[in-house]
Design a protein around this ligand. Structure first.
Ligand code: BDR
Ligand code: CA
Length: 311
């Protein structure tokens, strides 16, 4: 699989499970500006992979800003360096010489050639993925599936209507959903309806702290940061839940539903419009004309099972 990240406390938790779980095979990582400015994201990503001693996974540097708008970061959530201000050492690893889009193009082509169309997991604003879909549609079409963290059927966070990743670059999200529909690439939305369900308890965090490996120590520090700042009821693992779902699909209930991205509303820009009516099969009656993407929307999650698997 390939991860697209804006590391980010919970992206770091996602990188850890992607790199270390024996059931997962991380082929490449691409970086995009989001939670923090792009330079910080690249540094944080390389620091995490370095601590995990993952040296053979290319890290591609991608878009610093959304397609249309100025970037708005989330350092108030992730700390001034985007990584919980843990004072981590500068990375020894270097990014790949190719751009994120080139890394995506090459990795998807090589992996698909080898007979295993890869899973692409955008855990960040989807600017890199939209550029990839537009520049190399014939390679995008070779993806096995897209599983993205973003949006929500009911819940929002960046605004009253929209989730951060989609809100940050709504055009990109719309392009990616459209490309999935056009090229018949299955797409799953791991959105805010399930995002907050997996929570690491204090006892689990304590257990992590007692394990003498770089990965466990980093995980414990990230989880404690989240717990201290936001979560009275255990620390959420955020993006890591979307990766963990791949090795534990029974933990998440999805429903295939039409999804569009709101691009124009004054107060609703960036909202994912999930159509849960039960009479929408006949698109001839759709007043919007264009067929929406059919998306496997995650609606319920067994949080404790996801956390056990992540740990
Ligand atoms: C998403 O926004 C970011 O802050 C997190 O990393 C996650 O990808 C949640 O809305
Ligand atoms: Ca993220």
């Amino acid at each position: 699989m390939i991860l697209d990240v804006d590391t980010g406390v919970d992206d770091a938790c996602a990188l850890m499970v992607a790199a270390l779980h024996p059931g997962l095979d991380l082929k490449a990582v691409t970086c995009v500006g989001g939670n923090a400015p792009l330079d910080d994201v690249v540094r944080n990503t390389l620091t995490v992979l370095g601590l995990l001693e993952v040296r053979d996974v290319p890290v591609g540097v991608g878009a610093a800003r959304p397609l249309l708008e100025e970037p708005v970061d989330a350092r108030h959530v992730h700390g001034s360096d985007g990584m919980a201000d843990l004072g981590l050492p500068a990375p020894l690893l270097e990014p790949d010489g190719r751009t994120a889009v080139e890394v995506l193009r090459d990795t998807v082509a090589t992996t698909a050639d080898a007979g295993t169309p890869p899973t692409l997991l955008p855990l960040a604003p989807m600017t890199n993925i939209a550029l990839f879909a537009r520049l190399h549609p014939e390679v995008f079409a070779r993806l096995g599936q897209v599983v993205f963290m973003g949006g929500g059927a009911e819940i929002s966070n960046a605004t009253a209507a929209a989730e951060f990743n989609v809100f940050h670059d709504p055009e990109a999200a719309a392009i990616v959903l459209d490309a999935c529909a056009t090229h018949e690439v299955p797409v799953t939305m791991y959105g805010l309806d399930v995002f907050y369900a997996p929570r690491v308890s204090d006892a689990q965090a304590e257990r992590l702290r007692g394990i003498d490996t770089a990965a466990a120590q980093l995980a414990a520090a990230l989880v404690s940061f989240h717990a201290r700042r936001f979560d009275a009821d255990g620390a959420t693992i955020g993006d890591a839940g979307a990766v963990t779902m791949l090795v534990c699909p029974k933990a998440v209930r999805t429903e295939r539903l039409p999804v569009r991205v709101e691009l124009t509303g004054s107060f609703t820009r960036g909202r994912t419009i999930v159509d849960r009516r039960d009479w929408t099969g006949d698109l001839a009656h759709d007043p919007h004309g264009l067929a929406p993407a059919q998306v496997d929307v995650a609606l319920e999650a067994d949080g404790p099972l996801l956390v056990d698997t992540w740990l």
